[in-house]
Design a protein around this ligand. Structure first.
Ligand SMILES: C[S@@+](CC[C@H](N)C(=O)[O-])C[C@H]1O[C@@H](n2cnc3c(N)ncnc32)[C@H](O)[C@@H]1O
Length: 390
């Protein structure tokens, strides 16, 4: 029997998986439907699954595999720390509940097919770092994944929207549960979880959302990461459909541009940092919209396409009479010279500026400038200065 894997979603504002069909030569054909009990109690019956976080995570993973297959991207992984959507699927896989085994059936020796279909790295986060889950393409034929809505078969763009909605709904539900428990919301709710890089990095960790905490980072990448809220704010004021992120780091800003629907060319001189960015982009399901280029932006910039160049360098700062100020010369590498080179290509340039930046200097660049604020949980994180092409 050829592999068959069909996921049918409802057409509701918040999508629900209604039906799951799987068939292959070893497991035969299984059909499971969603439990109509909100608590998923009916899932104890044969052929019924609960619409819980583990099932939502599995749906996201399969939807992303479907998109990657049709759009030519690499097969995705979902990953995260305890409390994340990925960790919910990891937990379900460890517990092997009746409904999860029932989705994919068992082989002739009675072993659940699910155990071979999903690859897990660092199950239950027993080692430092996140758990990662991916589809085992040697066992599951991803070309067989088909997605349906109430109106019939859905293509990759609709599958992408489903992923966004499922992830957003999960974040809303988690937030509402935290509120019910009386936990603080917003940035305050993120505080309290110890930073894996030690107390010195706690303030950087506290500003990250649960999803960002599943990213691959090192200490420096964490300290420099543009949090998603600020990255999306920057993307909203960045013109053009193709952005070159000349100093992409672990990918905070590049992911923001890609989530806003732009194509991105992401450069970093540090190969490890670039690999982090690639992993992190996959975590957000946007790795196929980003081209990752290893090298020195000073040498690469002139040969790459893109209407807008985004510059978020490592900023230094000076202190005069107790006043902290960052200037273009404190920009590593090459200070203001690099900004002038970027402007020469006739492209728009967006500069991420630290909150202590000396704005007088921008006048010397001879371009009209629009400055906007990037905030995280209401607090000023940085400025984005748009220097429009002449
Ligand atoms: C401030 S971080 C960027 C952070 C990033 N916007 C984010 O949200 O994760 C600056 C990055 O520039 C890289 N870098 C420094 N000099 C570079 C050069 N000449 N060409 C390309 N990348 C460079 C560093 O390796 C570092 O990862």
């Amino acid at each position: 029997m050829k592999t068959l894997l069909k996921l049918t979603f409802s057409d509701k504002a918040v999508p629900l998986l209604e039906r799951f069909e799987f068939g292959n030569s070893t497991g035969g054909r299984q059909v499971s439907v969603r439990s109509h009990d909100a608590l998923g109690r009916g899932a104890l019956e044969e052929g019924v699954f609960p619409w819980n976080r583990g099932m939502r995570a599995l749906s996201v993973l399969l939807l992303r595999a479907h998109v990657a297959f049709h759009e030519g991207g690499i097969l995705p992984v979902i990953s995260g720390y305890p409390g994340s959507l990925a960790a919910a699927l990891d937990y379900a896989l460890s517990k092997s509940p009746h409904w999860l085994v029932g989705l994919f059936g068992s082989d002739s020796a009675g072993c659940p097919n699910i155990d071979r279909l999903i690859r897990r790295t660092n199950p239950e986060c027993t080692m430092p770092g996140p758990v990662s889950l991916g589809v085992n393409e040697h066992v599951l034929d991803v070309s067989a994944i088909e997605i349906f809505g109430a109106g019939g078969r859905l293509g990759p763009p609709a599958a992408r929207s489903l992923i966004e909605e499922l992830v957003a709904e999960d974040e809303r539900t988690q937030l509402a549960r935290a509120q019910q428990r009386g936990a603080p919301i917003g940035a305050a709710s993120r505080q309290g979880e110890p930073c894996p890089f030690g107390p010195a990095f706690q303030p950087y960790w506290d500003r990250l959302s649960p999803r960002e905490r599943g990213m691959l980072l090192d200490e420096e990448a964490l300290a420099h990461l543009c949090p998603e809220e600020a990255a999306l704010a920057t993307a909203a004021v960045t013109p053009g459909t193709h952005v070159i992120d000349a100093f992409c780091g672990a990918g905070g800003s590049a992911i923001g541009f890609a989530r806003a629907g732009k194509r991105v060319t992401a450069i970093d001189i540090c190969r490890e940092r670039l690999e982090m960015a690639r992993f992190n982009a996959a975590l957000y399901g946007v790795d196929d919209r980003i081209r990752f280029v290893h090298g020195d932006a000073r040498e690469l910039l002139h040969s790459l396409e893109g209407e807008t160049v985004y510059l978020a360098p490592c900023w230094g700062e000076e202190s005069t009479l107790g006043q902290r100020r960052s200037k273009l010369v404190s920009f590593t590498p090459l200070g203001g010279e690099f900004v002038r080179t970027a402007l020469k290509g006739g492209r728009n340039v967006v500069l991420q500026l630290p909150i202590h930046f000396d704005f007088n200097e921008l006048k010397s660049l001879g371009r009209p400038v629009n400055v906007s604020e990037d905030r995280v949980a209401g607090e000023l994180f940085s400025y984005s200065a748009l220097l429009r092409a002449a």
